[in-house]
Structures are given as C-alpha cells and as structure tokens.
Design a protein around this ligand. Structure first.
Ligand SMILES: [Ca+2]
Length: 302
C-alpha cells in the first residue's frame, strides 16, 4: 500500500462577482439632423456595452440625458425622441450629454449627442412677437420691426400687401378695460400727453361752456353730458383750444349711442367739427363721458 506523503483535503472557493467595468458607448458622439416643426418617434439610438459577464453587472439597464431643459427623452433602449416640435429660430442645434447605467447602476462616461435642426420654409409671417409692450409717454413705437413675410422662393408678384392688426384685451369686461377708471386715471394709465385738453370738463370756474349741457351731474364716476344729435353742441373757447388745429392730433373719447327712431341713417355725426363761421363746434352725439384732444401727441395705445 502506497501512502500519500500528506493527507488530501477538499477546498471550496466561491468567487464573488464584482462590478468591474463601467458601460461604454459604442460611439463617443452622435450627430443627427432633423427638420423643425416635427415630432420624431426616434431621432437617434445610442448604445453602450459593458465588459462584465453577469447580467447584473454586464447588462445596460438605463440611459439618462444629463442636459436639463431640453425637449428630449431617452428610453431604456437608448432611443432619443423629441417631446415637442423643434424650432430653428429658437435653437439651431441641441447638444445632449447622455450616460448609460449597467444593472448595478454603475454609470458610464457621458457621450455627446448633437441634434441639428434644419430650417423648413413655411409660408407666412415670421418675426411677429406675441406681445408688444408700450411704455406711456415714450412716443411712437414700431409694432413689428422684424416682421418678415416668407414666400419660400415661390414665384409671387406682389401687387398689394395688406396687414390687419387687432388689439384685444383679456379684461373680464372685454372692450376697453379702462372704462372702469376715472378720466383722470385713464389719462395717467394711457399715457396721455401733458398737453392734453379736456374738452368737456365739469362746469365750473374756467369751464363754463359745458354748463348749458344736460348732464348726469356725475352720479357715477365721471360726469356725462347728453347731446341730442341735432341741435346740441358746445363751442370750445379759443383760449382753451387753439382753433388753428395742427395737421396731427389725437382725440380720445368715450360715448354711448342712444336710439334714434326714425332717424335718417345717412345723417352725419360729428365729434369735432371746424365750422365756417366764427367758432368751432364740438358736437357729440348723445352721451359723452369725456372728450380729450392732444395736439401733436403721438398715437398711443388706448
Ligand atoms: Ca459593469
């Protein structure tokens, strides 16, 4: 019998897997081009691999876009899509930093994804701001200095161009949202010129010409004057308003038009007229709460 020089023993060794490698992208950077104004289900698919062997540490489980405030998302397959139509005017290209995680949540170095936005010509106006601010007393202001009508190289012989601008208010009462203010407040809010002249002031010292008019005596905010539309008028003294009006002036007025049963619809109605006799007449139909004239005043918002 042959004996071993030493006794045999069985040793069990358990090898624990460790997350040795981080995922790496198959390409260090990605560049794609897209057209503006579209939603793409897939713009680019990025891919990362991992050298670890086990699914836990070797499979890529997640991708993430590190760049914030960008209209893109990435799914677990690395597919990047946009969440809203892209706008060339807003950004010509978007650069995203993307990382991958293995299933042990070890993350890769970032890869750069550049998405270039192609400009798509669309017929219509461009350069129109959604909002125009005007500061009172700042004079004339161009509303749309950058307005540009895009014709996209389509042959077009422009004979006439018309543009219509509507001003609207979101005020609950619609219409003029200044109606609830007094005339004095309106002047301040609307930036009336300091040279504005109140043509229909409340009767008083220095304002006797409105005394003959029927008025509501100012029961509600400002005083209202009534004109019958045919015989009632007031003459503005030359000392109040120079009757030699300049070529340019602005009239601001507020009125409510009453019913005229049986009246000829072709009868002209005047707010201000320059008569050929010795005086100028202010003829406001029916009710007028105020009438202000601004000489050489710029046209403002009202
Ligand atoms: Ca790994």
């Amino acid at each position: 019998m042959k004996l071993h020089p030493w006794p045999l023993a069985t040793v069990h060794i358990t090898v624990s897997d460790v997350n040795e490698y981080a995922p790496t992208f198959t390409e260090p950077s990605y560049v794609r081009q897209v057209d503006e104004g579209r939603i793409y289900p897939e713009i680019v698919r990025v891919e990362a691999t991992d050298r670890d062997c086990t699914p836990k540490f070797g499979d890529v489980c997640k991708y993430e876009i590190l760049t914030t405030d960008q209209p893109f998302v990435i799914d677990t397959d690395g597919v990047i899509r946009n969440t809203e139509p892209l706008d060339y005017e807003r950004s010509h290209n978007h650069i995203l930093s993307v990382i991958a995680y293995d299933c042990g949540m070890r993350q890769s170095f970032p890869a750069l994804v550049t998405i270039k936005v192609n400009r798509v010509c669309r017929l219509g106006w461009r350069g129109l701001p959604e909002r125009v601010d005007y500061a009172p007393m700042t004079g004339k202001q161009e509303l749309f200095p950058n307005a540009n009508l895009q014709l996209c190289d389509i042959p077009c012989n422009v004979r006439e161009l018309r543009a219509r601008v509507d001003l609207a208010t979101r005020h609950i009462g619609k219409g003029c949202d200044r109606d609830t203010y007094s005339v004095q407040s309106q002047r301040k809010l609307c930036g009336a010129s300091p040279s504005a002249i109140d043509l229909l002031p409340s009767p008083g010292a220095g304002a006797e010409w409105t005394k003959p008019l029927i008025s509501d005596e100012g029961h509600e905010s400002d005083q209202m004057f009534e004109f019958d539309g045919s015989s009632t008028a007031v003459s503005i003294p030359n000392t109040v308003l120079d009757h030699n009006l300049p070529a340019t002036f602005t009239i601001a007025t507020w009125m409510r038009h009453g019913e005229h049963n049986g009246q000829d619809k072709h009868v002209k109605e005047h707010i201000l007229c320059s008569a050929d006799d010795h005086s100028k007449y202010l003829v406001v139909r029916l009710f007028a709460v105020s009438c202000i004239i601004c000489q050489r005043a710029p046209i403002g918002f009202r």
